[in-house]
Write a protein that binds this ligand. Sequence first.
Ligand SMILES: [Zn+2]
Length: 272
Amino acid sequence: MVCPRCGTDVRGNERNCTSCGNDIGYPNVRAAKELQEKAALADRYKKALENASKRGCGDVVVAFMEELKSSVAVICRSVSKVKELVSSGNELYASFYQLVGAGARRLEGTKMDWERRIADSIIFPYYEQEVRFASLSLDGLGATAYGGCSMVLKDVAISERATAFEENSVFFCKRLNLGVANPLPPGYRATWEDRGMLATAKFEPRLTSSTTAAGFPAILVGSTGQDFVEVHIFGTLDRGSIERILARKPTTEPDRILLEEVGRYSKVEILP
Ligand SMILES: [Zn+2]
């Protein structure tokens, strides 16, 4: 891409023009806006609609797409992590690489660390440290395998800088056998505005003529709770980014106290 102000060549990982400082836009959003990405996604979406129509569930798929217009990004963390974030105006939600780089966190020493590093370098080359992960949700519940508190992010906090991705990006890279000889194919990421197209293209095969709107949230989280649409957010988040928090009823006294503390700073919905 070329800087519209001074004509300098801007690289994919750069947020600002290196010659004039002009803000060129978020790298993940620019990547999702590339013509071949948009065309490939539009093609997948069109095929999904055609397929649904042949299967006699076109109406259900259109209703699913309609619901997705109000879908939200959710980050799941433990109640203690959430308490730290919401109880201070100075606390930032740092990315994994920022924490490791600052000496504030160790690698987990697992195969997943290594796989995550490779997946991130394929999907966010040289800007992985800026990306925060969330999942797409219709009811505010996120991927609770990552923590019992679902933090629903405000649309205004992310709509300009979030992109949606087909699935957990590590699982995706493994499934498609991506690597140095096999780059990321187009059509599996979308701007925030186009997240409904992506999710519809992905989940269309799981919708049938008997699926009702009440079943949509569970379909979007995936049957394993891990087969979600991943959301990538460029840059900083803090407690001002959070709209509300959903949490299951705490089972221990320390968790009950922590959740009560969270409730002093943020809107909390306790689930049964
Ligand atoms: Zn410039």
